[in-house]
Design a protein around this ligand. Structure first.
Ligand SMILES: Cc1ncc(COP(=O)(O)O)c(C=O)c1O
Length: 407
């Protein structure tokens, strides 16, 4: 007989448990640990439960659908999938949109990377330094947010060129692009740009407003496909349904996931019909993508986002949080370097990775959960459920004040 192991040790050690807690349930903006302790969740499973934990409307829709039909794949269509595809294409900021359903963000990115080469016949992709697009081999090849993600997995896919993501100024990025086109690869050999409208894992950085419009212009001039990765920034997180809407740019292809279905695994590649139909029938596929349960959860999620005004709330609560945090930054400039963000996608730059780790632990002791981001993990990232109210913001800021008072 095999020796008994401690419960939970059968998971590969690559799986991190950043709090060491075991959770039994969740409700709105709170997670409940197995000992009954309630935690204010400002992570949302990494920007996923935008409608809050176990939103009753989403849960009821899933329960009802689960009793009817769980899975058919491409053997036939289902009403939830056809209905939701229509709805998502109608709200996406993509002209004459069609889509391909996946089960995760990285699969949506894989689909995009395959399609841009297939449709354009061009081999090269340009990505932006600090970008995170996923962990499978293709998406990892365009991911440059942390060397540790890539280490040991090389060689990654070829034909990827990386230029700086603009942080304060657009000029260095444009300069790097023109040098790239001059010295390494002609624009006519570039299939696509893949870009996050707000840098996520790489540090929660909002680029200058003229960044995406400038990329759009370059794409139009050289027949390059603009892929906007909205996996983390989508579904209301920044105060608009999709972050690229803040600057009025329509992508050719858009990848979505995370918040799409309130925690049910799902993603999609959405794009201009002409591009999406460049694939010959069967050229790409999936067993589970677009299943009736996932589409039902996603449909109910859009209902909640719309009916409860969660986009407006994200803008409002985001501004309230940024104001409160900037006040704290003013009082503790030696610890808090900057506060940045859009809607409820907020990054707090701290003096060092050590300060970040200590703050995170001190907040957890006060039952507030946050996560980190940036290449050296020196920023705290906030991605709370979009349902948070004034009382959650106050509770969150009180915990910070308490931590900083005792620093
Ligand atoms: C912008 C972005 N793209 C893609 C992904 C990959 O999504 P998934 O973890 O669902 O594969 C992520 C995940 O964090 C992301 O933030």
């Amino acid at each position: 007989m095999k020796p008994a192991t401690k419960l939970g040790t059968r998971l590969s050690r690559t799986v991190a448990n950043t709090t060491g807690l075991r959770f039994a349930s969740g409700e709105g903006a709170e997670l409940v640990a197995s000992d009954g302790a309630r935690y204010l969740d400002f992570v949302s499973g990494y920007g996923v439960v935008n409608t809050g934990h176990c939103h009753p409307g989403v849960v009821a829709a899933i329960q009802e659908q689960a009793a009817k039909l769980l899975h058919v794949s491409t053997v036939g269509s289902t009403e939830p999938a056809t209905r939701y595809a229509e709805r998502l294409c109608a709200v996406a900021p993509v002209e004459d949109a069609k889509l391909f359903f996946t089960n995760s963000g990285t699969e949506a990115v894989e689909a995009a990377l395959k399609l841009v080469r297939y449709a354009s016949g061009r081999p090269n992709i340009v990505a932006f330094a600090g970008g995170f697009h996923g962990r499978t081999l293709g998406s990892l090849s365009v991911t440059t947010s942390k060397a540790a993600f890539r280490a040991g997995h090389e060689p990654l896919a070829g034909g990827v060129h990386v230029v700086p993501y603009p942080r304060a100024e657009l000029a260095p990025t444009l300069e790097a692009l023109s040098r790239l086109f001059l010295e390494q690869v002609e624009p006519e050999r570039v299939a696509a740009f893949i870009v996050e409208p707000v840098l996520g894992e790489g540090g929660y950085v909002v680029p200058p407003d003229d960044f995406l419009p400038a990329l759009r212009e370059l794409c139009d001039a050289s027949g390059i496909i603009l892929v906007v990765d909205e996996v983390q920034s989508g579904f209301g997180r920044t105060g608009r349904l999709f972050a690229c809407e803040h600057v009025g740019v329509a992508p050719d292809l858009m990848t979505v996931g995370k918040g799409i279905a309130s925690g049910f695994p799902m993603g999609a590649l959405i794009g201009r019909a002409e591009l999406m139909d460049a694939w010959a029938p069967g050229a790409h596929g999936t067993t589970f993508g677009g299943g009736p349960l996932a589409c039902t959860a996603a449909d109910a999620t859009l209902d909640v986002l719309e009916d409860e005004g969660l986009l407006e709330n994200a803008g409002l609560r985001g501004a309230q949080l940024v104001d409160g945090l900037r006040e704290l930054a003013g009082a503790h400039p030696e610890l808090i370097v900057d506060v940045r963000g859009r809607g409820l996608m907020i990054g707090i730059g701290l003096a060092s990775a050590e300060v970040t780790a200590r703050l995170r632990t001190a907040l957890l002791e006060r039952r507030v959960i946050v996560s980190t981001c940036g290449p050296d993990s020196s920023s705290i990232r906030l991605s709370p459920p979009l349902v948070i109210g004034d009382e959650h913001v106050q509770r969150f800021l009180d915990a910070w004040r308490d931590v900083l008072r005792e620093w």
